[in-house]
Design a protein around this ligand. Sequence first.
Ligand SMILES: CC(C)(COP(=O)(O)OP(=O)(O)OC[C@H]1O[C@@H](n2cnc3c(N)ncnc32)[C@H](O)[C@@H]1OP(=O)(O)O)[C@@H](O)C(=O)NCCC(=O)NCCS
Length: 86
Amino acid sequence: MHNPFLNLFYRFATSASGQGFAGDAASEVTAWVSRRVPDLPLIARVRPANMASQRVAIRAGLTRAVHLDTIGYDGPEWIYTAKLPT
Ligand SMILES: CC(C)(COP(=O)(O)OP(=O)(O)OC[C@H]1O[C@@H](n2cnc3c(N)ncnc32)[C@H](O)[C@@H]1OP(=O)(O)O)[C@@H](O)C(=O)NCCC(=O)NCCS
């Protein structure tokens, strides 16, 4: 059985994209998690070709955890995490 973790997901309307809102919002969520539930790992699942999503994860302070990469319903998923699950 897996330990509990939080899954950071973000989707913006095209009309609101490209203005830095996603990076700002993801950073706020990461900071909130760090303050309020510091013991819970936070991850983001990112498709390898999704450069914007990777930039958002990095800007939110997450780092790539290659050993957690997986195959999801739609293909490979790269895992970024704020806290490395052990
Ligand atoms: C992922 C998503 C939320 C990003 O939204 P956004 O409004 O472009 O985000 P931001 O404006 O905060 O910019 C994100 C970063 O990606 C970069 N970026 C945007 N489009 C890019 C592209 N096509 N290629 C490379 N980099 C890109 C921006 O330059 C920015 O980089 P920076 O932080 O170094 O300046 C948005 O594209 C989206 O909703 N996509 C569909 C849903 C999705 O894929 N969600 C993620 C699931 S894991």
